[in-house]
Design a protein around this ligand. Structure first.
Ligand code: EZ4
Ligand code: CO
Length: 402
């Protein structure tokens, strides 16, 4: 089966998504997510200008060789633009092979390892009380694991909490919004949030928290310790991910489990984290780490070190990425949990999908391939509009990590 055509589809059904659609000479097509949020058109151009011309005429079944061609065969290796493009091609080829053989992709990956994949949802609020109230609604909706974030007194906008942007100049279409940050205020309130949450919902529920790269190693060590009484499932992105050895300090001081990886695109960026067992969960997403093939390679490396996956599942990656994560997550052994943020109803319509949620578990479904597609006619009705992710500054105006 040969690839005869590949096209990049850019659409904005409530959020911007870039999709690669690969067509074969047997009339079967596959889809891959190529969304790099805030830099979408860089990947779209990389694909259409440099990758698509290499794909036409290739054997659509040669998934590994194509992955190597786009990764090893790119002299300028790694980098999120390259790996996101490579990921989209990889997903589309797994989709095609599954459809051609009449099986869901998870069957090609070794078959089911579990009945369903535990996922976590998000709860947040300006105040601790509001956050705990939302936690209750998530538990009522069936989730067994919930990420919890709250506002910080004195700061108007904080990561993970609905934003009041009324006083921000301009729009995110023109320039990034600027959030503010105060580490000491955060370190005071975060343990209070989890104390209140445990008091409200007891010990059984899995509670997670995302620090979003904001602390130094010694600050993260202190927070990890302060959170120990509340038995978190994980503390995420405690320090910025790009200095792997920074996790040594955090690890030495706390038994709070650690997760990192949503901005990691390549095994070389998490090799020390895994080999030294500095983390418990690696959070790479199929859309940024080389597709299903890249995710499998990282997970296979992590397995003997007892590091499990907890794939990034924010709503700024398309349902194709979630489907890929579910086929991987239902079949691989060392899988811990899957993040699940709800897509907008428009996004769900543009990307019809076979995956389902019930009783806290996600399932990829039994449709051949990835079980997800793009409705191009609907997609054409939603324009792309440039939108930046926010940035963050300390109270005195110094740039810090968002
Ligand atoms: O900040 O997807 O765990 N989830 C996250 C996300 C990321 C966004 C970046 O676009 O940290 O909210
Ligand atoms: Co995160």
């Amino acid at each position: 089966m040969k690839v005869v055509d590949a096209r990049v589809i850019v659409t904005g059904p409530g959020a911007n998504f870039v999709t690669l659609k690969v067509e074969t000479d047997e009339g079967i097509h596959g889809v891959g997510d190529a969304t790099l949020v805030g830099r979408e058109l860089a990947v779209a151009t990389y694909l259409s200008e440099y990758v698509v011309p290499m794909l036409t005429g290739r054997d659509a079944f040669a998934i590994e060789d194509t992955w190597q061609l786009l990764g090893r065969g790119s002299y300028w290796r790694r980098g999120p633009v390259q790996t996101t493009a490579q990921s989209a091609v990889d997903m589309a080829l797994w989709d095609i092979k599954g459809k051609a053989l009449g099986v869901p992709v998870y069957e090609l990956l070794g078959g089911r390892s579990r009945k369903g994949l535990m996922c976590y949802s998000h709860a947040h609020g300006d105040t601790i009380e509001d956050a705990v109230e939302m936690l209750h609604t998530k538990l009522e909706a069936g989730y067994r694991a919930v990420r919890l974030q709250c506002g910080i007194p004195g700061l108007r906008t904080v990561y993970g909490v609905e934003r009041d942007l009324s006083e921000q100049p301009g729009t995110p279409h023109e320039r990034p919004y600027s959030e503010s940050w105060d580490t000491e205020a955060y370190l005071r309130i975060a343990p209070m949030l989890f104390e209140a949450a445990r008091e409200a919902v007891g010990g059984e529920v899995h509670l997670l928290h995302d620090v979003h790269h904001r602390l130094t190693p010694i600050e993260a060590a202190r927070l990890g310790r302060d959170l120990e009484p509340y038995r978190l499932f994980w503390m995420e992105d405690a320090v910025q991910a790009d200095i792997q050895t920074a996790f040594r300090t955090v690890r030495q001081h706390t038994t709070t489990p650690l997760a990192v990886g949503e901005v990691i695109n390549h095994l070389s960026e998490c090799e020390v984290l895994i080999r030294e067992q500095l983390i418990d969960y690696i959070r790479v997403a199929a859309v940024h780490c080389g597709g299903i093939t890249g995710l499998r390679k990282i997970a296979a490396f992590a397995e003997p070190y007892q590091v499990r996956t907890g794939c990034h599942g924010a709503a700024d990656m398309s349902p194709i990425t979630l489907a890929a994560a579910l086929h991987f997550g239902i079949s691989a052994h060392n899988v811990g949990i899957q993040e699940r943020a709800l897509h907008t109803p428009q996004t769900d319509e543009v990307f019809p999908h076979a995956y389902t949620f019930s009783d806290g578990l996600l399932d990829p479904g039994e449709a051949p391939g990835l079980g997800v597609d793009i409705d191009e006619a609907l997609a054409a009705g939603y324009e792309y509009r440039r939108s930046y992710l926010p940035v963050a500054r300390l109270r005195d105006g110094t740039m810090t990590n968002w």
